[in-house]
Design a protein around this ligand. Structure first.
Ligand SMILES: [Zn+2]
Length: 315
């Protein structure tokens, strides 16, 4: 009589496991367990939501409202990196998530001529019952001068946006390009430079919202120009100096453009020491009769649908 047949006939599974000393689970036992459930499968990897990169010139009435309408008709659920991360950890992620991110907003007093456009984009997104991520440049450089002085009224507004579920991501302090020509790290950047760009920016954002009674945690870094990820190297990675600076913050997501579309192991999300690198696509642009580049809602929606579709086959 084999152990497994004893188990099946005379003992409960728990008693059986105890009898053979397998208190930590039964995957180590070289036995045929017959009707017992198989050892748990390795958790399925997590598909990265389709993600669109927008800028203020994309805040056009003939583009963004139409795009949002199509994404809704396609059954997408707009999430932020923060809300999606939480839902992944809780096992509650929507079936068809999508992340819209809007780069280059600033709350510095003498910057951000497009501020009202960013506000209009937010209103359209909110009216569609959707949400988005804003990439904040905290001290943008005009000429050679970083604009340090912050507009407190605009920060009041950012508090309201954050409380409505819009995410505020760091888009660095000065919006520097982190790449050498080979997409590896710039040779002139030191740990202090990475700290100034990343740690300082996240800290300023958390401080400004904290002053307003909002215990906000910056969890996302949107890389300027998509730089900081060595996608042309044999083993693409987040530049080590950027990763080290992120470890001094609460940043979990590093957002670039290239790559970052392939499903990631669940452990990448659950291990607090790991960063998640994710990519984005820009809108599809068509050239109009005047030679101007115009974002096209229909083609952009096709690309986002294709990303979602590819996830189903890779995941
Ligand atoms: Zn930017």
């Amino acid at each position: 009589m084999t152990l497994s047949s004893i188990a099946q006939t005379t003992m409960s599974r728990r008693h059986f496991l105890k009898a053979v000393g397998a208190t930590a689970g039964y995957m180590f036992l070289p036995l045929d367990f017959g009707r017992f459930p198989a050892a748990p499968q390795k958790a399925a990897p997590i598909a990265i939501p389709p993600s669109l990169m927008l800028h203020s010139p994309d805040g056009r009435a003939d583009f963004l409202p139409y795009l949002l309408e199509q994404l809704q008709a396609d059954g997408f659920t707009a999430v932020t990196y923060q809300s999606w991360y939480r839902s992944v950890l809780e096992g509650q992620a929507p079936a068809k998530p999508i992340i819209l991110s809007i780069d280059d907003i600033s709350l510095a007093r003498s910057a951000c001529a497009a501020f009202n456009t960013f506000g209009q984009m937010k209103e359209w997104i909110k009216a569609a019952g959707m949400t988005a991520v804003y990439g904040v440049i905290t001290e943008p450089v005009i000429g050679t001068e970083p604009q340090r002085d912050q507009d407190e009224t605009r920060w009041d507004l950012m508090q309201a946006w954050a409380e409505e579920g819009f995410e505020l991501a760091s888009h660095t302090t000065y919006h520097s390009n982190f790449n050498a020509v080979d997409t590896g790290p710039r040779p002139d950047f030191t740990a202090a430079d990475y700290e100034a760009e990343i740690v300082r920016s996240a800290h300023l954002m958390e401080t400004k919202l904290g002053e307003r009674g909002l215990a906000y945690v910056v969890q996302t870094l949107i890389l300027p120009y998509g730089s900081g990820y060595s996608y042309q190297q044999p083993e693409p990675q987040i530049h080590p100096g950027i990763a080290a600076a992120c470890q001094q913050t609460n940043i979990k997501f590093v957002v670039g453009i290239a790559h970052g579309r392939i499903p990631q192991p669940r452990t990448t999300f659950t291990n607090p020491n790991e960063l998640v690198y994710v990519g984005r696509i820009p809108p599809a642009y068509l050239t109009d009769a005047n030679g101007q580049q115009i974002p096209d809602a229909g083609q952009t929606a096709v690309w986002l649908r294709a990303w979602h579709h590819n996830n189903q086959y890779r995941g």
